[in-house]
Each structure stands twice: as C-alpha cells, then as structure tokens.
Design a protein around this ligand. Structure first.
Ligand code: MN
Length: 269
C-alpha cells in the first residue's frame, strides 16, 4: 500500500490533513497529471514538490524551494507518497508530524518527458515539464549518492531547472511568496483557519506551535482587526461584513501570489 508510511506518521483524529481513504478520482479524462508545491512552515521552512503518479502524489521536500536559475541545484529529499487530496490542503497542522502551517504555493499540470515514469524514477533521472502558476517549462529531478545521514541514502535528489524560456534569475520564492489557492500568506492562513486548537489556548501549551508564537501573534492581530471587540450582538454583524473587507486585500496581494501576467512576464525576463 503506497500510503502506509503517510498514514503511519499521522493521527487523523488530531490533524486536518486528508487521510487518503477516498478513492482518487479517475484521471483518464486527459486533464493531465496534477502537481503542486506546498510551502510548509514546520521545524524548518521548506517546499514540498508533489507529482501525481499511479493514484498518489510522489513527494520531495525541497528546503530552499525551486530555483528558476539552471545553474542552481536544489536539494530535494524524497519523502513518503501523499494522497491525491493532499494537493488541495492548506491550513494548520496543530501537532504531531509536520506540525505547522501549509500553503498551496503552486499548482498545475505536470508532463513527464519520458515514456516510462517508473523506469525514470528507478534510474534516478526524471525529466518533466511543469505548467503551474509560478513554475513552468522543463525541469529535472536527479538522484544523488546519498546526503548526510545513512537514512537519507537513496532519497536525496536534486531539482534543477532546464534552460528554456521559463528560466531566469528571478528568485521565485521571494518574488511570489503567497498562496495560489487563497492568495494569503502564513499569518492570514493561520487566522483564516482558526482551529479551536490554537484559538482556545491549547496551542499555547503545544510545544510544536510555540515555535510559531510570532505567527500566532500576527494571526491574532489580523483576527482582532477584522472583528472589533464590541458587544456580542455587534460582533455577529461585523462577522457578516468580513468578506467584503477582505476582498480588496486579496486583489492587492494577487501579484505576489503569482496569478497575474505581470508575474509571468517578470519571470521570463
Ligand atoms: Mn513538508
């Protein structure tokens, strides 16, 4: 079972992450294979590249994130396969494995540049094309001879951009840092998520979320600004008007989420 490791690491009574129990939708309709990159603020900030293959998402954790510069090789540690539904997951993992905040940083379709994906993976050389909001063009994942601990042996790859019209020296992770799903940044995702688990004060005692004290402060400030502390009746009214208030902010941040032609033009240089 390809998702055994994924499930073993998680307690689905405590995490909002999908369990992957649902059968993935039939993808034979020619829409192509899904990919996503999730920006994950956990013990360390990293970017999780996920490629749909055989009903799961093959996954690599890229500590520094993808680079559009073909001369820059980015370490990509292969991690356990994730369920297809994980590709849409954005929110807070309050405790346990991967505790932190997850953002859908990019998403789209990937196309292998090889006939046999399994053979390419076995060989340790997978060339592919991405068609996302932020990442486009030709890329390669090349397996290296281990890295660091023995545990990492065989799981260590390099993610490299091929030279094409989508290559360039724009630092895409800082140029387009926001979610392509919500167009939000981490504090806003935390504020929008607002699980009882951190709002109720339980988070304060959770070691895993203490690391994000600053982020939680920012999220609390965002929530407070949206919901002025007035009489309970007034507060309900304020909540109803919250959506229009947030709309202009979302459009302002659109450029940074990378969902504009401006962003793509700048990338191409
Ligand atoms: Mn991760």
């Amino acid at each position: 079972m390809p998702l055994d490791e994924y499930r073993r690491k998680r307690d689905f009574t405590k995490t909002p992450e999908p369990s992957g129990d649902r059968t993935p939708p039939n993808r034979t309709t020619g829409r192509g294979l899904r990919f996503c990159v999730q920006k994950h603020l956990a013990t360390q900030l990293h970017y999780d590249l996920r490629l749909e293959h055989h009903g799961v998402l093959l996954s690599w954790a890229v500590p520094k994130g993808p680079s559009l510069d073909p001369s820059i090789k980015r370490l990509a540690m292969q991690v356990e396969d994730h369920p297809i539904a994980y590709g849409d997951f954005e929110g807070v993992i309050p405790e346990g494995y991967g505790a932190g905040v997850v953002m859908v940083w990019d998403t789209g379709i990937w196309t292998p540049e090889v006939d046999d994906i399994d053979a390419a993976l076995a060989k340790g050389d997978l060339k592919f094309t991405l068609d996302g909001y932020k990442l486009k063009g030709s890329w390669v994942l090349v397996r290296t001879r281990g890295y660091g601990s023995r545990e990492g042996a065989g799981r260590s790859w390099l993610l490299i951009k091929h030279r094409d019209e989508w290559a360039g020296d724009v630092d895409i992770t800082t140029f387009a840092p926001l979610s392509v799903k919500s167009e939000l940044d981490f504090p806003d995702i935390l504020a929008a998520d607002a699980p009882a688990v951190w709002h109720s004060g339980r988070a304060a005692s959770s070691a895993s979320l203490k690391r994000f004290a600053h982020l939680i402060d920012q999220a609390t400030a965002i929530k407070t600004a949206r919901e002025p502390a007035t009489a309970p009746r007034r507060r309900a009214a304020a909540r109803k008007t919250a959506a229009p208030d947030t709309a202009p902010q979302a459009s302002r941040s659109r450029a940074r989420s990378g969902k504009t032609r401006t962003a793509q033009g700048a990338k191409k240089r």
